[in-house]
Design a binder for this molecule. Structure first.
Ligand code: ARG
Length: 249
C-alpha cells in the first residue's frame, strides 16, 4: 500500500493474527471505572485512559478499535468469544496468567484506602482496617487482598462486595461504610473531583500492581504485536503524555 501523510510509515504487521472481526481490534471493558473507562455525558461514547491507549495501539497495528462495554463480573470469559482483548485496569497476577496472556505493563497502581473527607481514621497499613466495614469491587485485586487478610485471620474486617466500583463510593458518601479500598488512580480521580467528600487515608506503595492488556492464552502473535506498539509508545513519549493527561504528574 502507498503511504500517505496521515498513515504511519511503519504499521506493525498483524496479518497472521485472527481477530473477532476483520480489521478491527475489539476490546472488552467495564466502563464504570473512571478514569480508565467511563461513558461520556452523551450516554454512549466510551472515554478514558484505557480507551486512548487501545485506540493508539489499534492505530499502530493498522486496525480500528471497537469497545464492548461488559460488566467486570465474568469479563475474562468473553476473551476470544466477544472480544480479542480486555483492557480495563487489569492487574497482572500469577493466577490470571494461568488462563490468559498479558501485554507488558502500561501503568502501575497501588491498593488505596479512601475515607470521608475530614475522617479521623488513622490508616498506616491495610491491617489498620481491623474492625471496620469497607467496600471493594467484587473479584478485583482489592477484594482478593482484603479477603485474604480476613480469611487468614490477620484482621477482622467486614467486606461489602459491589459489582461496580461506583457503588463503593456511593456507599461511602451515604455513610454506610468506613472506607473504600480500590486502585490508586481511581481513588485519586474521585478525590481530585470531590475533595470536599473524599480523602486518601493510605496508599500501599510497598505492593505495586502492574496493569496489562489481557488476551487469549494462545494469542502469542497478538501479544507480540501489542508489546511492540506499547514499546514504541513508551519510547516516543506517547504513553507518558497520555498518562499525564489522565492522571496528572
Ligand atoms: N486492578 C484491579 C484488578 O485487576 C481492579 C480492576 C477493575 N477494573 C474495572 N474496570 N472495573 O483486579
Amino acid at each position: 500500500a502507498e503511504s500517505t501523510d496521515e498513515t504511519q510509515t511503519s504499521t506493525i504487521d498483524v496479518s497472521d493474527v485472527e481477530f473477532i472481526s476483520d480489521g478491527v481490534l475489539t476490546m472488552g471493558c467495564d466502563a464504570n471505572y473512571p478514569p480508565f473507562e467511563t461513558i461520556a455525558e452523551d450516554g454512549t461514547t466510551p472515554i478514558g485512559y484505557d480507551i486512548d491507549v487501545m485506540t493508539e495501539v489499534a492505530n499502530r497495528l493498522g486496525l480500528e478499535l471497537n469497545v464492548v462495554n461488559t460488566g467486570w463480573d465474568g469479563i475474562f470469559e468473553g476473551i476470544d468469544v466477544n472480544y480479542d482483548v480486555v483492557c480495563s485496569g487489569v492487574t497482572i497476577t500469577e493466577e490470571r496468567k494461568e488462563s490468559m496472556l498479558f501485554s507488558d505493563s502500561y501503568i502501575t497502581n497501588y491498593q488505596t484506602v479512601v475515607v470521608p473527607a475530614g475522617s479521623d481514621l488513622k490508616i498506616e497499613s491495610l491491617n489498620d482496617l481491623d474492625g471496620k466495614t469497607i467496600a471493594v469491587q467484587k473479584e478485583t485485586t482489592s477484594d482478593i487482598v482484603m479477603s485474604d487478610l480476613k480469611s487468614t485471620n490477620t484482621i477482622d474486617v467486614n467486606i461489602v462486595q459491589n459489582e461496580k466500583v461506583t457503588a463503593c463510593f456511593t456507599q461511602l458518601t451515604n455513610g454506610e461504610i468506613d472506607a473504600v479500598v480500590c486502585d490508586s488512580s481511581v481513588a485519586d480521580s474521585y478525590v481530585a473531583s470531590q475533595s470536599d467528600v473524599y480523602e486518601i487515608a493510605y496508599k500501599d506503595k510497598e505492593e505495586a500492581e502492574v496493569f496489562g492488556i489481557a488476551m487469549g492464552i494462545n494469542n502469542t502473535k497478538l501479544q507480540a504485536a501489542i508489546n511492540q506498539a506499547l514499546a514504541d509508545m513508551e519510547a516516543d513519549g506517547w504513553l507518558e503524555e497520555t498518562r499525564n493527561y489522565w492522571f496528572g504528574d
